[in-house]
Design a protein around this ligand. Sequence first.
Ligand code: SF4
Length: 64
Amino acid sequence: MAKQPWVDQEECISCGLCIDNVPGVFRYADNGKAECYDPNGASEEEIESNAIDACPVSCIHWKE
Ligand code: SF4
């Protein structure tokens, strides 16, 4: 299976950046934190630069 992003919700500050930047992959979970709901909603490059690298608290990681 391809790499999947996951959000460490303990660290997420709900800034919404990943959701604004890559809405095909991230959304708000019921607890108000970001979650990955579709790992195939954007290219790996897009996820890497617009979510993983952009997250202010660096709480999005790849799960192999
Ligand atoms: S960019 Fe990071 S801190 Fe902001 S909502 Fe997404 S996972 Fe949470």
